[in-house]
Design a protein around this ligand. Sequence first.
Ligand code: DGL
Length: 255
Amino acid sequence: MIGIFDSGAGGLSVYREIVRLLPGEKYVYYSDNAHCPYGEKTRDYIIDRARKITDFLLGEGCDVIVVACNTATAAAIATLRAEYDVPFIGMEPAVKQAALHTRSGVVGVLATAGTLKADKYHDTRDRYADGVEVVERIGEGFVELVEAGVLDGPEAEAVVGRSLRPLLDAGADMVVLGCTHYPFLLPVIRRLAGPGVTVIDPAPAAARHLLNVMKDRGLVRRDGQPTKIGDPKAADIRLFSSGPRAALERIFSIL
Ligand code: DGL
């Protein structure tokens, strides 16, 4: 059984990709929306939340956990791996992929404050973005838009534009989405960025990584209800949240 958690509904963008590859698994999704956003919280706070959620997911019978949150991955995954026996799959901004494919030599990264200040992110950037200019911006207000279900329209465009514009003005032709909430704003991001800019959602790569880890450890069991391949809503999934369920259900309904 696969456990997935995030500070809110954003991790459903990762679940959506996972279920394409593993349609017959059982899933438990935990939205920690009572404590959302994680982006401005301290590392210790996020580690504490990650432990509590991990205990909950293990109690539900999960044997692999996807930390479907870049901020929680940066803050807590090393601690979780040291303290628990189950495998943890984390999220990382796809700076490597962007640096390999940029033609302008400028890569834009949108992520939370927590991710952008973490050593884990700095290590990745310093390792893979050699010779490439990396321009970073916090996606100010993006998480709040997604949790409120405002995924398009003038308000979403105004909020997204404020953080995206500086990346485009700097010449970025690759924009990395370093927060799992942001893919739900992809139509707006793509429209504002224009056709010359590639926007990278790291969820498909994380899903492939999960599949490989599960195969290696013999965890692929397909014990859930058989579902139409790739239909996230038809899969065997239970949704939990620490706060009101409405936001989670709203995003789930549009998967
Ligand atoms: N979805 C999260 C991430 O990937 C966290 C957003 C937040 O709670 O600030 O970083």
